[in-house]
Write a protein that binds this ligand. Sequence first.
Ligand code: GLY
Length: 397
Amino acid sequence: MTTTDASASRSLTDGAIAAALHTVSANAATFGLRYPADTTTDGVYALRPATDEHPAGSNLGWTTSFWPGQLWLATELTDREVFRDAALDHVASFAARVRDEVELDTHDLGFLYTLSCVTAWRLEGDVVAREAALAAADALMVRFLEPAGIIQAWGDLSDPRQRGRTIIDSLMNLPLLRWASVVSGDRSYGDAADRHAVALRDHILRPDGTTFHTFYWDAETGAPLRGATEQGESDSSCWARGQAWGIFGFALTHRETGDESFLEAARRCADHFLEQLPPDGVPYWDLALVDVPRDSSAAAITVCGLDELVRLLPENDPARARYADAATGMLDALVATCTPVAGADASPLLLHGVYDMPRGIGVDEGTLWGDYYFLEALTRRALPQWRSYWWVAGEER
Ligand code: GLY
């Protein structure tokens, strides 16, 4: 990179961070302790919908922690008390959720409690957050099925449609178990994470470097059964966000275990993703398709995953520069083509995501996770020493 390129890139990053922080600040004023919906509708976040038992804006579903996650990133980018206080204020809601057993029948307890509570403990020593995160790890362990050695993704454990089913996104839920092992001294959490990751490496990653979104095991015998999709185009296609979770999740698993096979798995996911990436740097929502809506959130997750890979590869590995260049190009593309004009109320940070194309949910909209990973990607660029919320190894407080 020339000096001019470097200073242009810095000013692009600074401008994108300033705009993102402005939006986070405005959304904090709009939502307070309530939670926005999973995605925007026509470009605007409404409150999370009410249910029979819970009012609008309640802490329900799998995406609420991406909101305090953004507040933590904003805290680290600015050191401003207003963001720190707002992030800490969400701990009580997550502690109540796990205590009252509200919608805990999901593997996404990892996403939920890593960003809301593990981070509050790590950065601020919040003991309520630590206890809530440990309770969430216990609830996640209930979903670990023997003899298959996998964590069931969705639903009640006795639901025949969901029994023995995992999904690739689950790799990002394993850091909660690894953290619980370290802070509790109980290895069973980490052992479960290791077994689950091995099962996904061996079955959800296909020989050609593509991935299934979901995979079923026979919960009684432990036999691997079949791959299937839920949010991709077909059982044999390659859902872009799943591939992104694979890049990031397998790279994290290598970091935690030192097992080279997970580094190889992450590289294979990355290589296929980059082969299918259009020249403008934002993937189609399924990597097997062209000229369909993009999923900017898959790009944001991939930028973070590629950054992990770059940090893990030896300096003389030729793929290192290729992954670093790809991450730079994709993040620049997101800034240039997927950020909203400033000033709108309840705005996302990142436009043009897709939640669930087969069901027509959240198509060409902002998404809470896309916003979070976009801000994480910007943070990684702005603060190279930033300590990832997803790392655990050797943790001390
Ligand atoms: N973890 C669900 C999704 O990526 O849509």
